[in-house]
Design a protein around this ligand. Sequence first.
Ligand code: ADP
Ligand code: MG
Length: 255
Amino acid sequence: MLNHWEALEHQAMQEQWSYAQFLLALCETEIERRWSQRLKRALNEAQVPNAKTLVTFDWSHLKDFNPAPLMQLTTDSEWLKRADNCLLFGPSGVGKTHLACAVARAVVELGYRAKFFAATTLVQTLQHAKRQLLLPSTLKKLDRYDLLIIDDLGYVKKSEAETSVLFELIAHRYERKSLLVTANQPFSQWNTIFADDMMTVAAVDRLVHHALIVELQADSYRKRSANQRAQTQDTSQNTLSEVSTSAPVPAKTSN
Ligand code: ADP
Ligand code: MG
């Protein structure tokens, strides 16, 4: 408020505001400032890259895909209040991580707290906590996030110690706080992630009980971008070589 009042006072004098109008403008500016500071902090905490937003996502790459249910998660926070989950499936490069980040960002913009984790990093953190006998308090600390993103669940290696912490996290958040999970493999292959079939069934059961399940099917966007870059390079190289072959040969000079 200290930074703004002089400029606002100047404007108020020029436009002959009443005291009430001036006070209102001052309060509004302060609320806006606090909101944008909170947003900045929360986005920083969420650890989502700036570029991965819904605006930069090209939906046309996902043929016959209905984005409405996913978009609803970004505009309506009811799912967070119900502690529902979202599961994004699809092969590599189709945009799972991009969309997960975009949803996380939107959730933060709605005023909630989110945090992005690569599944393997999260598992390492939880394992470390377990070794220190701090798993319960670590899980409780994670409750401060309305949404946790677990990216690339399938990259977690199957070993009892690793996947049991993952299971404990899933069980702890069940009907308490939301999870957004991305994975390359369908559920039928999740027995390669968890220690045994029983744990797999129990984990899947808890995740899907209240969840939006989204399947992304397309060619890899990464590959497409790489191909496009290669084509552009080819074209510019061809143009360059055409220019150089059609360029006039300098006349021989004799001295
Ligand atoms: P996945 O997690 O499914 O392997 P990513 O989300 O990491 O895929 O996407 C790979 C790259 O392609 C990222 O740089 C991402 O921003 C970009 N990308 C993927 N799909 C799209 C899309 N439909 N529109 C814009 N960028 C996309
Ligand atoms: Mg990914």
